[in-house]
Design a protein around this ligand. Structure first.
Ligand SMILES: Cc1cc2nc3c(=O)[nH]c(=O)nc-3n(C[C@H](O)[C@H](O)[C@H](O)COP(=O)(O)OP(=O)(O)OC[C@H]3O[C@@H](n4cnc5c(N)ncnc54)[C@H](O)[C@@H]3O)c2cc1C
Length: 410
């Protein structure tokens, strides 16, 4: 049983079904609620890590990710994402002034497989046509996806195995877990040989409940939250996908912009990067003012008049490694993990992918964990599960941040 229907849970469900495992996914709210629907949808291939000079062995694992996603997006892999919307097949890196030295190093780096190509001034993309000379632009082969269609495309073929349940109760059995599911109309009980938690920020609480069920002595799950204050701008804006670099010792993105079209024809810019990390202590109004000032430095040639603004506070939920951890990557001590983090907490596997891009790796490692524990696929059991839960409610896909009715625009 998998708990949590964000990218990690849904990809794992699809992967395990492909291998013939019988599995169920339990979602407490809406699919992707939490981080996945609030993400910028960039399938990183490691350029960002390389820019910060942190191309470790684990971060090199990310280099394989865009290719795996592309196979799924093209419908050539067992996890089929052919119905997910690719907003852009690549993203751009651009500089504020003529500072491209580190980028040249990155472009030539053998540590990352993602091609980084300098764009000639004559070939600039539409959104950058007005950029002054001296602004260097690079194309990076990292696709950008619409998170809502991504979640929808993963969930739709598996909805028979995805249930909405607000409350769960765990009881240990011999080599597994008895799980009681509750909803307004009644209860159900199911025995699961293994439990995988992919509930993002909800992992700790679930793991604690599972751990306490029989006084299991395993270590508690160790998680960290890294808060962000994202910014949204909508109006007559060009579609931009990428990171603006420049200034300081590191080439950490000053802003990361992804774009979506509204049905009204307006474009929404969803803005992250350093502005979202540094803006956590700012009020909504101060964050909007700081973003306008930053955009006037990063894209001074884009006319922002008539644009409406809003912000979103959201936490990244990441695992902290402890000795019981399995899986590669992960810096301890509150640092940013550079790969997925998996912890076996009292016989329950807690998973944090760290990045959307790592979802295929997470799913593979979960199947290795199952096989390592002697749990192998039992073909044929799934239709039974589907019929037992035929009348159980199914979760919907969460709304994209800028479509959320509660967002305040000004
Ligand atoms: C603002 C932002 C932008 C980002 N941009 C990118 C990006 O561009 N590229 C990238 O690679 N990564 C990005 N990330 C990181 C990426 O979004 C996350 O690593 C990833 O989405 C985490 O997925 P998840 O499935 O672990 O968790 P989540 O997406 O948080 O999903 C958890 C799910 O579990 C459910 N849940 C919670 N509690 C329970 C419970 N008790 N029982 C059952 N279900 C429960 C939730 O409702 C939710 O559906 C971004 C993150 C943020 C916050």
């Amino acid at each position: 049983m998998i708990f949590g229907g964000g990218i990690a849970g849904l990809w794992t469900l699809a992967h395990l079904r492909g291998l013939g495992y019988s599995c169920l996914l339990i979602e407490a709210r809406e699919l992707g609620a939490g981080q996945t629907i609030a993400s910028q949808g960039i399938i990183h291939g490691g350029v960002k890590y390389a820019l910060s000079g942190a191309a470790s062995a684990a971060s090199r694992a990310i280099a394989e990710m865009p290719d795996q996603w592309r196979m799924s997006l093209e419908g050539r892999a067992s996890v089929d994402l052919s119905r997910a919307r690719v907003l852009s097949p690549h993203q751009h890196l651009w500089t504020t002034t003529g500072i491209g030295s580190r980028l040249v190093g990155v472009a030539a780096s053998k540590a990352i497989r993602t091609p980084v190509e300098r764009v000639a001034d004559a070939d600039r993309p539409d959104w950058a046509r007005g950029a002054p000379r001296g602004v260097n632009i690079y194309t990076v082969a990292e696709p950008v996806l619409d998170p809502a269609s991504l979640v929808e495309s993963l969930a739709a073929p598996l909805l028979g195995l995805i249930l909405r349940a607000e409350d769960v109760r765990f009881t240990a059995t011999g080599d597994g877990h008895a799980v009681g599911l509750r909803r307004a109309e009644g209860e159900a009980a199911i025995e699961a040989r293994r439990i995988v938690l992919t509930a993002g920020a909800g992992n700790v609480e679930l793991a604690e409940r599972a751990r306490r069920r029989n006084g299991e002595p395993g270590e508690p799950a160790a998680m960290q939250r890294r808060p962000l204050h994202m910014v949204m701008a909508r109006g007559r804006l060009p579609a931009v996908f990428g990171h603006c670099l420049g200034g300081g010792l590191s080439d950490k993105p000053r802003v990361t912009i992804t774009s979506q079209m509204e049905t009204s024809g307006r474009t929404v810019w969803y803005i992250g990067g350093a502005i979202a990390e540094d803006g956590v202590s700012r009020s909504r109004e101060d964050q909007i003012a700081a973003s306008k000032a930053e955009l006037s430095r990063c894209v001074p040639w884009v006319d922002l008049s008539g644009t409406e603004w809003a912000t979103l506070r959201v936490d990244r939920a990441e695992g902290r490694r402890h000795d019981g951890g399995v899986g590669g990557g992960g810096g301890g001590g509150g640092g940013r993990p550079d790969g997925p983090v998996m912890q076996d907490s009292g016989g329950v596997l807690c998973v944090w992918p760290t990045k959307l891009a790592f979802a295929p790796l997470v799913a593979r490692r979960v199947s290795e964990w199952l096989a390592g524990g002697g749990v192998v696929p039992g073909r044929g059991a799934v239709p039974e599960i589907e019929s037992v839960f035929a009348d159980w409610p199914r979760p919907r896909v969460a709304a994209l941040p800028w479509n959320d009715a509660e967002v305040e625009w000004s």
